[in-house]
Design a protein around this ligand. Structure first.
Ligand code: ADP
Ligand code: ASP
Ligand code: MG
Length: 464
């Protein structure tokens, strides 16, 4: 039994969807298959833009809906004989009309809550799956659409629901375990216990695949995308990045957390627990072996495994003698940020406690600044802390590898290579797991920094 997940790039248009159907049918001949699909490429962004337009009272949401309809109709025309088209177009039209009503409501209220946004975004995966289920049927396969909202239960954190595994796994096992046909499950979407639509966060279809795989005790979870596997660095930053044949679950988690978009960071959680290997494969190059994510087996000989980076980062330095020796200041800082729901990417503190550096995604930085100004108002007023300042347009770069554990000298080599390349490092942090060294540089030095490290450790002359 395996789960096959296809991302937006793999279902971008009729030709790609046809190729996916071929891959699924081939696998279904050898064993049981569950399919998880993303929305057609770009559709989730389009839905977000439509909802935002409606919220601002702009009629543009109607033209976004026209684009939505046109993209799906074009796929249908490319995939089905004229006689078969109507039966697919009808459910797609009903969904588009329902979405139009939702967005009309948003337009009237001039408000799009996270809950409504989740509902709006859910149409993308529902529509791609409607097309794909019908396609498999016309190809003679027994395919059934199974809505992920009947399978995956989350809390009410709309926009990024927290999965209740104990409630979800039995539903998955009972609904899919005995299903004789090929289940086609929309990725990304889920529901609260009361059945209200939620999502698992952007890029979350990978996570759906691993939740479904874990619930079924699948043998493998295949994530099909548009690159040959997990690469040693982001391909746009390092054109010479190569496919890493094997990575551990922990390495994959670190790489994705620090920006390797090829897999959603949470995907590894259910897979580790149930010890199910994940394979990253390329729909455009199905004969490539891909990357195997799992523990054990022959791994890389390089001292590092890969490099990941997140652009658009802001750094906040909290500085001042007022922090020295006063217990509880860090706790206050983190509680204030937690109350505000701010996600901290990286923390660094000198043991003197004279400075604490916090790193956020740019979109969270202003909220973080506001929350800390309120929390630390007294210290700021009395001069025990210096005025808080945000430094923007930075990049956090993370060097990751299981082999770094217990190997002395890696950090030294990273930072001397960066020094030789005249890259200025603002903050450094190393996890105590020792499989990750992260640091922050100016946005303008991003490419130079990543390429320098890639050359030093993974390039043709890179040492082992
Ligand atoms: P999908 O639509 O299949 O979910 P994504 O766009 O979410 O695909 O993820 C695949 C993309 O991730 C690749 O096209 C690549 O540009 C990007 N990427 C960033 N870092 C890495 C990396 N280290 N390895 C592979 N791909 C990466
Ligand atoms: N369609 C969703 C997104 O674009 C989920 C996914 O593709 O993984 O974020
Ligand atoms: Mg993705």
């Amino acid at each position: 039994m395996k789960v096959m997940k296809f991302g937006g790039s793999s279902v971008a248009d009729a030709d790609r969807i046809r190729a996916v159907a071929g891959l699924v049918r081939e696998s279904a001949r050898d064993g049981r298959v569950v399919v998880v699909l993303s929305a057609l490429q770009g559709i989730t962004d389009l839905l977000v833009a439509a909802a935002r337009a409606a919220e601002s009272g702009s009629d543009d949401f109607r033209s976004a809906l026209d684009t939505l309809r046109a993209r799906h109709l074009e796929a249908v025309r490319g995939l089905f004989a004229p006689a078969d088209q109507a039966s697919v177009i009808t459910p797609l039209t009903l969904m588009a009309n329902e979405l139009e009503e939702v967005l009309h409501g948003v337009e009237l209220l001039r408000e799009c809550t996270h809950r409504t946004m989740d509902l709006a975004m859910s149409f993308g995966e529902r529509m791609s799956c409607a097309i794909f289920t019908a396609l498999l049927a016309t190809l003679g396969e027994r395919a059934v659409y199974v809505d992920a909202r009947e399978l995956i239960v989350t809390d009410e954190r709309f926009g990024s629901g927290v999965v209740d595994f104990a409630a979800s796994y039995p539903r998955i096992a009972s609904r899919l375990g005995a299903e004789p046909g090929i289940p086609v499950v929309p990725g990304f979407i889920a529901a609260t216990p009361k059945g209200v639509t939620t999502t698992l966060g952007r890029n979350g279809s990978d996570y759906t695949a691993s939740i479904v795989g874990a619930g079924l005790g699948a043998d493998t979870i295949e994530i099909w995308t548009d690159v040959d596997g997990v690469l040693s660095a982001g391909p746009r930053v390092v054109p010479g990045a190569f496919v890493i044949p094997r990575v551990t679950f922990e390495e994959a988690m670190e790489l994705s957390y620090y920006g390797a978009k090829v897999i959603h960071p949470s995907t590894m959680i259910p897979a580790v627990e149930k010890r199910i290997p994940i394979v990253i494969r390329n729909t455009l190059n199905p004969s490539a072996p891909g990357t195997l994510i799992g523990n054990g087996g022959q791994r890389t000989e390089h001292p590092i495994t890969g490099i990941a980076s997140i652009e658009g980062i802001s750094l906040l330095n909290i500085e001042g003698g007022g922090m020295i020796g006063i217990p509880g200041i860090a706790a206050r800082i983190f509680s204030a940020l937690a109350r505000e729901g701010v996600n901290i990417i990286m923390i660094s503190q000198a043991s003197s406690e004279h400075t604490i550096s916090l790193v956020f995604k740019a979109g969270e930085a202003d909220r973080a600044l506001g929350a800390l100004r309120r929390e630390l108002a007294l210290e700021l007023e009395t001069g025990r802390l210096e005025e808080l300042e945000l430094v923007r347009d930075l990049v956090v770069i993370s060097v990751i590898g299981e082999n770094m554990r217990g190997t002395p000298g890696i950090a030294g080599r990273i930072f001397s290579a960066l020094g030789a390349a005249r890259v200025n490092v603002l903050v450094i942090a190393q996890g105590s797991s020792e499989r990750n060294i992260s640091f922050v540089v100016a946005g303008g030095q991003h490419v130079a920094a990543v390429r320098t490290i890639h050359d030093a450790f993974l390039g043709p002359g890179g040492s082992r």
